[in-house]
Design a protein around this ligand. Structure first.
Ligand code: ADP
Ligand code: MG
Length: 163
């Protein structure tokens, strides 16, 4: 591992196919990325799709310590999505696997390819509930502490799956 690895948080979601198996495989793949190790994994949760139809999502978050750059990590996430048969049709379309880079350390970034922190992470219960399980005191840069952000959200059902 190179000097100064960063803590990166990845949000996982699937609402097509064998969603639990897909999330498990994606968790494995994330931990197997070069220059990267898994620090913490949340439980799996189910959530009702936001602004879209289709089956419920299965969601989770993973905390990674990585020496990959943000751009390299995003590319790796997209490779893992592609391996799970993701077809990019339209925003919020049902997907076999969605991997979002939620945060990369304290980095603030706004480029066409990558916005950090993820622009909608702070308002999504399916991100905040799993984050609160493993890192309630984590701050989303520019937004506030996970626990406080979650307390502001109403009406988004997110249920922990029995495993
Ligand atoms: P969503 O997850 O919001 O439904 P998509 O996964 O379809 O949207 O969007 C993927 C696009 O979003 C990619 O082209 C990617 O470059 C861009 N993007 C920007 N910021 C991020 C981020 N923090 N994490 C993942 N993708 C991002
Ligand atoms: Mg995405």
């Amino acid at each position: 591992m190179a000097a100064d690895p960063a803590m990166a948080w990845v949000g996982l979601g699937a609402n097509q196919g064998d969603r639990v198996a897909t999330l498990r495989a994606a968790q494995q793949a994330l931990g197997g990325l070069p220059q990267t190790r898994t620090v913490v994994r949340s439980s799996l949760y189910s959530s009702v799709p936001v602004a879209a139809g289709g089956p419920d999502y299965v969601n989770a978050v993973v905390g990674l310590e990585t020496s990959l750059s943000p751009a390299a990590l995003l590319m790796r996430l997209q490779e893992i999505e592609d391996r799970h048969g993701r077809v990019r049709s339209f925003r919020n379309a049902p997907r076999t696997l969605d991997l979002d880079l939620l945060m990369y350390g304290d980095l603030l970034l706004d480029t066409p390819e990558l916005t950090l922190p993820h622009p909608r992470a702070h308002e999504r219960a399916f991100v905040l509930v799993p984050l609160a399980e493993v890192a309630p005191e984590l701050a989303i840069p520019g937004r506030g502490m996970v626990r406080d952000l979650l307390a502001c959200i109403v009406g988004q059902a997110v249920d922990r799956l029995d495993e």
